[in-house]
Design a protein around this ligand. Sequence first.
Ligand code: CP
Ligand code: NVA
Length: 331
Amino acid sequence: MNLKGRSFLKLMDFTTEEILYFIDLAAELKEKKRRGIRHDSLTGKNIALIFEKTSTRTRCSFEVAAHDLGMHVTYLDPSGSQIGKKESIKDTARVLGRMFDGIEYRGYGQEIVEELAKYAQVPVWNGLTNEFHPTQMIADMLTIREHLGKLEGVKFVYMGDARYNMGNSLMVACAKLGMHFVACTSKKYFPDQKLVDYCTEVASKTGATITLSEDVDKALDKADVVYTDVWVSMGEPDDVWEERIRELLPYQVNADVMKRARDSAIFMHCLPAFHDLETKIGRDVHQKFGLTEMEVTDEVFESSQSVVFDEAENRMHTIKAVMLATLADMQ
Ligand code: CP
Ligand code: NVA
């Protein structure tokens, strides 16, 4: 498998074998880190991290992974560069591509990261766009494999806003890896039909299935994984909170929902999560709408079925794998 020079923009660009390769490589790198075996084979390289939206996990994962691989990192925050305001993406790509060996980008439209990759001449890694969050996928799939021992045949239920980056990406990941994906939400939040058609076509070759359902009972029956994400994503206006709460509360992951899944089911969330009143937004929503928890209850979040912190740790090992595979000759 040689992925050197490739950008990592969305899972649709990769075959099932290539995706499994990233997961296997991440597991290997995780074990090396655990055993204290150095793996700084990219010493002397430099990467740029562009964040037009905020981040805890993705930024820290890129930084720690780069350091473990021996690389230096330059971080460009949402206000600290000329990008988009004084300089186009096309020009920025050609400047940064002359200085760096790889570029991470987190921002708004998918077309921006695609344009960056088109002109940079070095690998570009998508650290989240409105449409996709592909590095999160490798971490999520590694986490599922660690807990359930397999990916193929796993029944994966996504609850909540399924038409944004997480719902979209998870549907593609499940289709590529032969899993049974169910988006369990109100019709309005079903993923885009074109993407559903693409995933259904992929699924017909991998043994996966794609289901969209408003019926919580049916959707959760024999579920192995129950997944959710925030109801309002970064970059969305504050005034959508009211309708999101109204429309998505029936799809909140709570103890009753988890009871309908298999006893062995795990709960997952890309994080950050609104499961208590320990955040500013959580308190604001509480004041305005009276809710003390949103997409997931604190009970489920803190339960033994919740694997959210394994998932968060795996962001680092999997981002490391993506950088290593696309920057190094792996033969
Ligand atoms: N899951 C995730 O991407 O987290 P951050 O927004 O903290 O990077
Ligand atoms: N859907 C969320 C994912 C955060 C990791 C957002 O875009 O804000």
